[in-house]
Write a protein that binds this ligand. Structure first.
Ligand code: AMP
Ligand code: TRP
Length: 334
């Protein structure tokens, strides 16, 4: 049997960044070769914090366009938008009812996010966010859920909720494996290379966006912060800047650190940057152009997402029906 996998990334910016691309998207594209893959855009999670409606609509399309442009094949994978599949909200309610207040209160992402907005102002949606995520996952009975380190706790909760439900109501859900992020590169901010690259970067120049122009990408690489000394060598502790550039190079060129160290022996940081800028533009430029092309025809893009949602609903419906029956909900007469 082909393994099923499921994952998603929030549509929280106009562009994905290099960390999203190398840390998540590239491994998704790999997975779709060997797995029955479900990838979705969690727009319902996005509204756990205030969103500008027009901007959200646009960001969902832009995120979908970037997934496809990068190589997610909507014929091979099931690609859809969360809010197009009502079973997510329906199962989320059931998951909320299985979760203890204390258990939910221990979620570190909730604690971090609510501390930021002041816990009085944090919405209840932020509190129930992990239960919606559990529903996202359990609806599709995936064998595994490839996610970043920061999402581990949510997948762990999902496993607990699945086991609890199975125990109370009888075997219903597959308990998904937590796949530790594979070799997926961890990318750091180009301006402060000890911090993870993130959309909340302090300086816009630290963040390399997939949708940046060629010129802007090249400029950001060329002005990346490097370290003392002149040697091009991978050493995260002593040389975080150069090491980050080597990681990006290696992830894109497929060359090992030793190969790169040999290639750049006796050369200056500038050489590495020029070479890397070329590689980045060569790889990401066409992704951006393809995404822009897709965005030029929003009707076609929306139709494609509608077909994905149809496939997703077909998978989710029987699982939700089983859950309703196990709970003892009176079936609605036909
Ligand atoms: P986020 O943008 O934080 O919602 O992350 C979406 C996905 O991108 C997750 O799977 C993360 O693990 C991955 N990701 C985000 N930032 C980075 C980074 N700097 N390096 C590697 N992977 C990242
Ligand atoms: N919470 C995840 C994130 O911020 C996104 C997400 C929502 C997700 N539902 C999911 C990821 C289900 C994997 C599976 O990155």
């Amino acid at each position: 049997m082909t393994e099923r996998v499921l994952s998603g990334m929030q549509p929280s910016a106009d562009s994905l960044h290099l960390g999203n691309y190398l840390g998540a998207l590239v491994s998704w594209i790999d997975l779709q070769e060997s797995c029955d893959a479900f990838f979705f855009i969690p727009d319902m999670h996005a509204v756990t914090v205030a969103q500008n409606p027009a901007e959200l609509t646009e960001r969902v399309r832009r995120t979908a366009a970037q997934y496809i442009a990068a190589g997610i094949d909507p014929e091979r994978s099931t690609l859809f938008v969360q809010s197009h599949v009502p079973q997510h909200a329906q199962l989320a309610w059931v998951m909320i009812c299985q979760t203890g207040m204390g258990e939910a209160g221990r979620m570190t992402q909730f604690k971090d996010k609510s501390a930021k907005s002041g816990s009085e102002h944090a919405g209840v949606g932020l509190f129930t966010y992990p239960m919606l995520q559990a529903a996202d996952i359990l609806l599709y009975q995936p064998h595994s859920v490839p996610v970043g380190e920061d999402q581990k706790q949510h997948v762990e909760l999902t496993r607990n909720l699945a086991q609890r439900f199975n125990h109370r109501y009888g075997e219903t859900f597959r308990v998904p494996e937590l796949t530790v992020p594979q070799a997926g590169a961890r990318i750091y901010d180009l301006q402060s290379p000890t911090a993870k690259m993130s959309k909340s970067a302090e300086s816009p120049n630290g963040l390399l966006n997939l949708m940046d122009t060629d010129k802007r990408m090249a400029k950001k690489i060329r002005s990346a912060v490097t370290d003392d000394g002149a040697e091009i060598r991978f050493d995260r502790e002593a040389k975080p800047g150069v090491s980050n550039l080597l990681s990006i190079h290696s992830a894109l060129s497929g060359k090992s650190f030793e190969q790169l160290e040999d290639e750049f022996a006796g050369k200056m940081y500038g050489h590495l940057k020029v070479d890397l800028a070329e590689i980045v533009v060569e790889r990401l430029g066409p992704v951006r152009d393809r995404a822009l092309e897709l965005l030029d025809d929003p009707a076609e893009l929306d139709a494609l997402l509608a077909r994905g949602a149809q496939k997703a609903r077909a998978a989710a419906e029987p699982v939700l029906a089983d859950v309703y029956q196990k709970l003892g909900f009176l079936p609605a007469a036909a």
